[in-house]
Design a protein around this ligand. Sequence first.
Ligand code: GDP
Length: 329
Amino acid sequence: MAGAGKKILALSGGVGGAKLALGLAQELPAGALAVLVNTADDFRHHGLHISPDIDTLLYTLSGRSNRAQGWGIEGETWQVREALAALGGDTWFQLGDGDLATHLLRTGLLAEGQALSAVTARLAQAMGIQSAIYPMAEEPVSTLVHTDEGELPFQHYFVRRRCEPAVSGFSFRGLDAARVPAPLQALLASGEVAAVVICPSNPFVSIDPILGVPGLWQQLAALAVPVVAVSPIIGGRAVKGPAAKMMAELGLPVDAAAVVQHYRQRYPGLVSHVVLDNEDAALADALGQSGNEEIAVHNTLMKTLDDKRQLARDVLTKVLKNVLPEARR
Ligand code: GDP
């Protein structure tokens, strides 16, 4: 078992990833979780810098997220939206009053020249979060979804068009020029990362942009620590969101094995352990025989806080076999 100071680095998009991140944060010793978050769906709206996935992590890890809705803050008020609508302003992307405070502070601090990683750390601290949250890059990266209606900026595809257009591919503007943020670089160089967990997030628009930051996936592979991928596809379906629909439209089989194949092809040798859902136990043998990963099967459907903590425990104790000091149980 590794000594104190060891950390788990979780890669996350929004809601799916944040669920496991919350379980990990609660099961690990304080400060032993670092989360590396997709920023390729960041965008500007009403002049504000909005980082949807970072905000999902901030609100989830601070216990403020609106679970029923799946985004935003619990108990949110909407006075600004109503005032905006009365002025004829755009309200297709819903911004609650408390959420707006996050975007205002972030936009102001970025305009003063602060880095997104520093601004994110400040927001996390203000919300009482003990885990480190890193944006995948300081530089702006934006996802374009290639569809039968043309290339759509991600939020237009996702929110405005409700994921209806058929997808044929993705591009990430700015990704080639993105660099691993200095604080994350320091963590990777510290020798403290005991394992990497690729959370059950959308492989194409959440995990690919993170691992697409030049040099990052190779750097993670070079850590030579276990890299666990938890499937976001259960029984051929996405729990939420367009991942399964995207797979079908891209001509891929819609199952957890195809997600693993996708990671194998793009990041050869990176993933060492795969977690499939109990419902997909039948896929385990063939998947194990076609690659080098260790395949584990657990309940991965996280409906309750107990489910999140249980999956985190399974990952930490059964898949990773306690690479970290005693969890906080
Ligand atoms: P988004 O940015 O809010 O779309 O969230 P993510 O990229 O983090 O996650 C979306 C993916 O998470 C979808 O493919 C879902 O199927 C998956 N997901 C959501 N909840 C769960 C869950 O409880 N268990 C598993 N295994 N996957 C989940």
